[in-house]
Design a protein around this ligand. Structure first.
Ligand code: M7G
Length: 375
């Protein structure tokens, strides 16, 4: 297994991307125009898995400019130039359909590679069934916390950033205060070219806050600094109005070292779903009102098929089973539904049984249009 990148900062990968050999497609998302692939670099190792994610770049508004500034040199690439290759599919009355190939400068594809990839990475990038867990503080202590202590993604890349061993030149803003400091830099997901889909991460300096769950009133200064200093730095660097930024935490995150995700509200960034995101503003407000809010709250989160944590919750809550859908008051998580109460009852109408069967049966392999990786 090749050693992970160490200091001094690694500038080139150990693999040649063009030599990737495909084993299988993990997911293909036609909405995001991205595809996640599992394979190997056979010239390096036949056994170490690699994940390659290709994602078509978002359009930059400057790339569709039709009147370049006279003094502009060198000329910026534009779709509307003599380099554009146009193949006509059909023309019908006032409607035309074409396949066009723009100049090569505009054909870039954002690629992310994870090598060597662990089973956990493969899980994360695969299409799968998802389930919502309502995590009480007791369930957190009993199930989630012990699990994440023994099994989580390595935080090496986070420490490399905090210690200036990697991505140093990408840092947008840095505050070195031991209690309230953080580093702001582009997220791996951002192509770095287009402010329209800007995506930054604010990684806190403190090492003892794993996630939202650990936050309390004593962290308010840190959170306020994260909010205010990031907004200021982003405005100064990218000219984005602070009131147009979405700042949020993931719960559960993939990496248990507190970091805030930042992107423009007008862009539907990956992972902004309500079942995963907690707005920084709301978190601050909750802590202002109730300092131990996140030690007392029930926090919903999503688990996906293939994740060992789902199996642990399954033992406790039977999450894969369809709960009894009755008009009676919903059963609380403290009184898990007994297996005998789970099956279809003879008294149920055919229509209702049918609805329940539909929910209980795993969906067939998702079609391209709805396919979505867990990532
Ligand atoms: P998360 O909420 O822990 O997980 O966010 P998820 O959003 O992936 O489910 C971690 C964030 O860190 C993600 O947005 C990743 O794209 C980003 N990220 C991950 N890695 C390994 C790196 C990295 O090496 N460098 C940078 N700059 N960002 C990373």
């Amino acid at each position: 297994m090749p050693a992970p990148a160490e200091s001094p900062e690694a500038k080139s990968p150990s693999y040649d991307l063009s030599k990737f050999r495909l084993k299988r497609i993990l997911s293909n998302n036609s909405v995001r125009k991205s595809i996640s692939l599992l394979g190997t670099f056979p010239d390096l190792s036949e056994t170490d898995d690699a994940i390659v994610v290709f994602e078509k770049n978002a359009y930059r508004e400057s790339d569709v400019a039709t009147e370049p500034a006279a003094e502009e040199s060198p000329k910026k690439p534009s779709y509307f130039s003599s380099d554009l290759k146009v193949a006509t599919e059909f023309v019908n009355n006032i409607y035309g359909s074409f396949q066009v190939v723009p100049s090569r400068d505009l054909c870039g594809v954002k690629s992310t590679v994870i090598y060597p990839a662990t089973d956990k990475h493969i899980e994360k990038y695969s299409i799968c069934q998802k389930y919502l867990i309502r995590e009480t503080p007791e369930l957190y202590e009993k199930i989630t916390l012990p699990y994440l202590k023994e099994s989580q993604f390595s935080l090496e890349w986070v420490y490399n950033i905090l210690e200036h061993k990697q991505e140093k030149e990408r840092i947008v803003f840095e505050d070195n205060d031991a209690e309230t400091g953080f580093i702001l830099l582009p997220d791996l997901k951002w192509d770095g070219r287009n402010v329209e889909n800007l995506y930054l991460l604010g990684i806190i300096r403190k090492h003892d806050i794993k996630s939202l769950r650990d936050l309390n009133g004593s962290h308010l200064n840190l959170l306020r600094n994260l909010r205010e200093s990031s907004k200021k730095a982003i405005f100064e660097r990218y000219g984005v109005n602070p009131n147009q930024l979405r700042m949020y935490f993931h719960y559960q995150p993939s990496f248990y070292h507190l970091h805030v995700h930042i992107n423009p509200v007008r862009n539907d960034a990956p992972g902004i779903w309500c079942e995963k995101s907690h707005m920084l503003d709301t978190v601050i407000n909750n802590l202002e009102l109730i300092p131990d809010y996140y030690q007392r709250a029930t926090l919903p989160f999503v688990l996906y098929e293939g994740n060992k944590l789902l199996d642990l919750y399954e033992e406790e809550l039977s999450v894969r089973k369809v709960p009894e859908l009755s008009d009676k008051k919903e059963k609380s998580v403290e009184t898990p539904i007994k297996a005998s109460e789970e099956g279809f009852s003879d008294e149920e109408s055919d229509e209702r049984q049918c609805k329940r069967r539909k929910l209980a049966t795993p969906e067939p392999k998702e079609t391209e249009g709805t396919a979505q990786a867990c990532a």
